[in-house]
Structure formats: structure tokens, C-alpha cells
Design a protein around this ligand. Structure first.
Ligand code: NAD
Ligand code: MLT
Length: 309
């Protein structure tokens, strides 16, 4: 059996696979090259950089399993894989804490202008009176998607004495109430929330969930945090809402197209703080997801029971 690892994953995961199979680590493969070599492999391990398209899957004559070292499988054509009998599995828990903590870091940095203060002071400017922030205590946080990361963010926000409301069509009000959170409809969140943070998957239903029409319904000076997926917010509409002063600021870790285009309008706005998809980038999380996905691949290739993505 041969395994191809086509995105950077932690060595601990690769070593687990190497004990069982022949493993090739080939990073940044052009799609044509991936299509050319994929017939040689029984398993493929990716993070988010490799796009496992229908064309890749059609060429994958021997592929039995695709393992995603992380949560979102939106870079994999799961339908095409399933039709071909290829199992798609992910590592849904290994990076939950990392992404939750990054969300809190982004929210606090946004509220207190930390990146702007850092950059200006390093540039010799003492902007003490210009960089006035806002407090989190007593503010309302709207969480869209109350899964692993969303509920972790809720727990931390409650500890900071925020009011937490959430929208998630797959969670019931009792489950939310047990966490101290009021579950609302999407449109009920907008007039209430001082901060809105997104923690849902990118699907055809969530594409551009936040758009011009929805920004118009939001409380003036709302702040938006997105550590989920770029496509859940319409980036052009967000930039416009910031320019119009509807949105006071945004903290964005993920972009519709990554690596982000330097011309992306969000990069031009001082009120928008950004990180290059760092949500899962902790030493602990990268070992966690790599080990989990390696174990999942071995179980799948041995025909043992596994949880699919
Ligand atoms: P999860 O599956 O535990 O939670 C997702 C939640 O979204 C679920 O509760 C689900 O019911 C809800 N949901 C699904 N469709 C919805 C909709 N239409 N409207 C509202 N809610 C909906 O996943 P998670 O581990 O919490 O991850 C959340 C997101 O964060 C995913 O998109 C994942 O890819 C992303 N993520 C990003 C990073 C990063 O590096 N920035 C790291 C980890 C995860
Ligand atoms: C995920 O979905 O797990 C995150 O985007 C993090 C990653 O891609 O590593």
C-alpha cells in the first residue's frame, strides 16, 4: 500500500503511516502532476492547500481513502469520492482548541486595536489617543455555528461576562440553554450583536451567508470575526460595510481564495485585521490532527470501522 501526503502535516503523523506503508511526502504539487501520479496511491493525506477535485478523483484508480488533517472538507469533492467508493475522513477534534483560542485572540485584538497599535508604534508613532478600544464585558456576542469551536468560544465569552446568543439550525434550544446561550433565528441576531463570530462549515447553504443585505440589518458598529471559511462572507460586501461605517471592524483568518490576493479590498482597510489562516496553527493542534488522520487512514485501509467526514 502506498500513501501520498500532499500538504505539510506534522512528522508524528507521517511516522505512524511509515510504520505500516510506503509514504511519499510531495508538497505543492501542481494539479496536473497530482493527477498524473495519483493512480499509484491507495491513500491521500491533505490539509487545505491541495484541491481534491473531481478530475483528481477520476484519475485515482487505486485510491481507497482521503484523509483531511483538519476539520473542513470543502477542498475535497466528497460527492465524487463517495460515488467512486473512496472514503473521506477528517480529524475533527485535534484543532478545536487552537481555532477557539485564535478566535478569542482575534476578537480581543479587534476590540483593542492591538495590530494597529503594534504596527504604528514600531513605525515610531505614539497613537495613544487615536486607538481607543471597546470592552467585551456586557456586550452581546452572536455565534453563527454552535459546534465544537462555536461552543468553545461561547464558554470563553461567558467567562468574559458577555451575553451570548447563537444561530445553529442543527442544535436545539435546550442544548444551547444548558451552555448558557440563547438560540435565535439568524435575522434575530443582527440587531442585537455587538460582535458576530462565524463557526460553520462552507457549504452551498452557507456561501455568502453574510452579505450586503445582512450587513444592512446589523447593529451599527458591529465587529465581525471569521475563523471558519472565507466564502461564508462576501468579502466585497464586507469591505463596503466597513467603508460605510456599518461594521466598525473585522478580524479575518480565512479568505475565499487562499493564499489571499494582495488586491483583496479587505487588506486595504485599517479597521480589518488579518491572519493567514492560522486558526489551527499551534504545535499541539498540528500533531493532534496528523496523528488522528494517520490512525484513521490505517483503520480505513485495514477495513476497520471509521467515522467518515
Ligand atoms: P463543527 O462541525 O463542530 O461545527 C459546525 C457547526 O455549524 C455545527 O454545529 C453545525 O450544526 C453548524 N452549521 C452547519 N450548517 C449551518 C448553517 N447553515 N447555519 C448555521 N450553523 C450551521 O465544526 P468546528 O470544528 O466547530 O469548525 C467550524 C468551522 O471552522 C469549519 O468551517 C472549519 O473548517 C473551520 N475551522 C477553521 C480553522 C482555521 O484554521 N481557521 C480551524 C478549524 C476549523
Ligand atoms: C480546518 O478546517 O481544520 C482548518 O481550516 C485548519 C486547517 O486547514 O488546517
Amino acid at each position: 500500500m502506498r500513501v501520498l501526503v500532499s500538504d505539510p502535516v506534522s512528522a508524528q503523523g507521517v511516522e505512524i503511516l511509515q510504520k505500516e506503508y510506503e509514504v511519499d511526502v510531495k508538497i505543492k504539487l501542481p494539479i496536473e502532476e497530482l493527477i498524473k501520479i495519483i493512480p499509484q496511491y491507495d491513500a491521500l493525506v491533505v490539509r487545505s492547500e491541495t484541491k481534491v477535485t473531481k478530475a483528481v478523483i477520476e484519475a485515482a484508480a487505486n485510491l481507497k481513502v482521503i484523509g483531511r488533517a483538519g476539520v473542513g472538507v470543502d477542498n475535497i469533492d466528497v460527492e465524487a469520492a463517495t460515488q467512486k467508493g473512496i472514503v473521506v475522513l477528517n480529524a475533527p477534534e485535534g484543532n478545536t482548541i487552537a481555532a477557539t483560542e485564535h478566535t478569542m485572540a482575534m476578537m480581543l485584538a479587534l476590540a483593542r486595536n492591538v495590530p494597529q497599535a503594534h504596527a504604528s508604534l514600531k513605525n515610531g508613532q505614539w497613537l495613544r489617543s487615536k486607538l481607543m478600544g471597546v470592552e467585551m464585558r456586557g456586550k452581546t456576542l452572536g455565534i453563527l455555528g454552535l459546534g465544537r469551536i462555536g461552543s468553545g468560544v461561547a464558554k470563553r465569552a461567558l467567562a468574559m461576562e458577555m451575553n451570548v446568543v447563537a444561530y445553529d439550525p442543527f442544535i436545539n434550544a435546550e442544548q444551547a440553554a444548558a451552555m448558557g446561550i440563547q438560540l435565535l433565528e439568524l435575522d434575530e441576531i443582527f440587531p442585537l450583536a455587538d460582535f458576530i463570530t462565524l463557526h460553520l462549515p462552507f457549504t452551498s447553504e452557507t456561501k455568502y451567508l453574510l452579505n450586503k443585505e445582512r450587513f444592512a440589518k446589523m447593529k451599527p458598529n458591529v465587529r465581525i470575526i471569521n475563523c471558519a471559511r472565507g466564502g461564508v462572507i462576501h468579502e466585497g460586501d464586507l469591505a463596503e460595510a466597513v467603508e460605510q461605517g456599518i461594521v466598525a471592524g473585522a478580524a479575518i483568518d480565512v479568505f475565499e481564495k487562499e493564499p489571499v490576493n494582495p488586491e483583496n479590498p479587505l487588506l486595504k482597510l485599517d479597521q480589518v485585521i488579518v491572519t493567514p489562516h492560522l486558526g489551527a496553527s499551534t504545535a499541539e493542534a498540528q500533531v493532534g490532527v496528523a496523528v488522528d488522520v494517520a490512525k484513521g487512514i490505517i483503520a480505513a485501509l485495514k477495513g476497520e470501522p471509521i467515522a467518515t467526514a
